[in-house]
Design a binder for this molecule. Structure first.
Ligand SMILES: Nc1ncnc2c1ncn2[C@@H]1O[C@H](COP(=O)(O)OP(=O)(O)O)[C@@H](O)[C@H]1O
Ligand SMILES: [Mg+2]
Length: 458
């Protein structure tokens, strides 16, 4: 591969890009595609770093390709190369930079020969694979959208493995970076974790339980208790090392609290402006309800600004950041394993790494429990009742709070904890409104009902 890939190669990549599910700019038309670097691998494969300009904005993407530009991510040759490179810490140079493997912790000897590869999940913003080599199996995630800087999945994976004894997440084995030759910050291209065999996502298992046994299924309630436990252990681990700067709990100053409240309020303001003109494609009844929420913008903003006055003492910590039932695996005996510490994909890496209230994660899970019951009801399960959702949420929050009572990151007074959590639940529901409006308009009723209920509340 040369520094200036041929026009034919670029054209082939453009073509493949347009068909890729993970390509965020799909549907908007691609203005220009430039292959920034192409790092040659064995077997005539290459890692292409591609810059796509769409509507004036450019983004970079990772594409492992063969000589014809076809995507080879889910092939044994590429997956085997990737594991090998991570295990050995090898580097492979291109014209503009190099890819480099990093291993974490002990490395079991791997069976020789090509691995078996299975594509996992929806191949949405990332591509996840199960890669099996003899007795060992790995979950490999290709992070398609290249962002420079520290990737929280790597930072948290390495921290948890090296600095804590928490094992409520699959073991992090290593990662692959691209380092530009000009010394600018690296980009994480892929992560490797131990594959948790026999697991199912908490979302799938709980949805099946609600449908089959209803909202008071004893097994469902036991899973909610286990989720409360794993959330508390996760936060305890993330907050456990005051000598590691990126993870040390931070006692917010008054200025920090005003900044945090200000950003919650600004988010509410932006969402209200967005939903004030929801567009012609929604049912008129939904549009009217969205406009009614938007008309209460000042009230929402001032409610979130008031967060600055809550509990001066609760520390901010590193959090999961995109915590919901799809980010938890359940072992066959319902033990939870937390995955996917990348944070919210729509935010910058620095925003995702910022310390914040533990309520962000607790609120994320509360909202996910509401989605679960709404989704079950749509799919032939029990009719949705707000009281059932509140019951699961209260059980989860009470289980969490009882475990973290006395910890510096949880407000000492129950009233403060309730107020802070309510603010983060509102923030999450507003985030969901914007998300569903853009991506799944027929789901907008779910966060809309939540925001309406919160507006009626105390
Ligand atoms: N360590 C693992 N063991 C088993 N399955 C996993 C593991 N990590 C991820 N998966 C599977 O891959 C899917 C996607 O992983 P995730 O890290 O959540 O990626 P995404 O960024 O696409 O959400 C998960 O829902 C799960 O089914
Ligand atoms: Mg995920």
């Amino acid at each position: 591969m040369t520094a200036q890939p041929s026009g034919e190669f670029s054209a082939a990549i453009t073509d493949r890009l347009q068909q890729a599910r993970w390509f965020a700019g799909k549907g908007q038309g691609i203005g220009a595609v430039a292959v920034l670097d192409a790092i040659s691998l064995p077997d005539a494969l290459a890692i292409a770093i591609v810059e796509v300009t769409t509507a004036g904005e450019s983004s970079r993407y990772l594409m492992p390709v063969d000589a014809s530009g076809a995507d080879v991510t889910a092939t044994p040759a590429f997956a085997g190369w990737l594991i090998d490179t991570v295990w050995s810490g090898a580097t492979h140079a291109g014209e503009g930079g190099r890819v480099i493997g990093h291993a974490v912790g002990s490395r079991p000897r791997l069976a020789a020969g090509l691995p078996e590869v299975l594509l996992l999940g929806p191949d949405a913003s990332n591509t996840s694979l199960r890669v099996t080599m003899g007795d060992a199996a790995f979950a490999v995630k290709l992070i398609r959208r290249c962002r420079t800087g520290i990737q929280p999945e790597v930072e948290i994976g390495a921290f948890v493995t090296a600095e804590t004894s928490w094992r409520g997440t699959p073991r992090f084995c290593g990662w692959l970076d691209y380092e530009p030759a000009d010394g600018s910050p690296a980009t994480t291209l892929a992560t490797v974790h131990e594959f948790a065999a026999g697991c199912e996502s908490a979302w799938d298992r709980m949805l099946a339980l609600v449908r089959a046994e209803g909202c008071d299924s004893p097994r469902l309630l036991a899973i909610v208790d286990a989720l409360a436990g794993v959330t508390a252990e996760m936060h305890a681990a993330l907050a456990s090392r005051s000598n590691v700067v990126a993870f040390a709990p931070h006692t917010p100053t008054a200025a920090d609290r005003h900044a945090q409240a200000g950003s919650l309020a600004a988010h509410a303001d932006a969402v209200c402006r967005l939903i004030a003109a929801p567009g012609p494609s929604l049912p008129p009844e939904i549009s009217a309800r969205l406009r009614a929420v938007a008309s209460r913008r000042a009230e929402l903003v001032s409610r979130l600004e008031a967060v600055a006055e809550i509990d001066a003492a609760a520390a901010t910590i590193r959090v999961h950041g995109d915590y919901h039932l799809g980010q938890v695996l359940l072992t066959p005996d319902d033990r939870p394993l937390v995955i996917d510490f990348e944070g919210e994909p729509g935010r910058s890496l620095d925003e995702r790494r910022a310390k914040t209230s533990a309520c962000k994660d607790v609120a994320g899970m509360c909202r996910s429990l509401d989605y679960l019951l709404r989704c079950a009801a749509r799919d032939g399960g029990p009719t949705y009742a707000a009281a059932d959702a509140a019951n699961l949420q209260q059980r989860y929050v009470a289980g969490y709070a009882s475990r973290v009572s006395g910890q510096p990151w949880w407000p000492a007074r129950e009233a403060d904890a309730d107020a802070l959590l309510a603010a983060y639940v509102l923030d999450k529901a507003l985030y969901e409104l914007a998300y569903e409006l853009h991506n799944r308009p027929d789901w907008i009723e779910v966060p809309l009902a939540a925001v309406e209920t919160l507006l009626v509340g105390p």
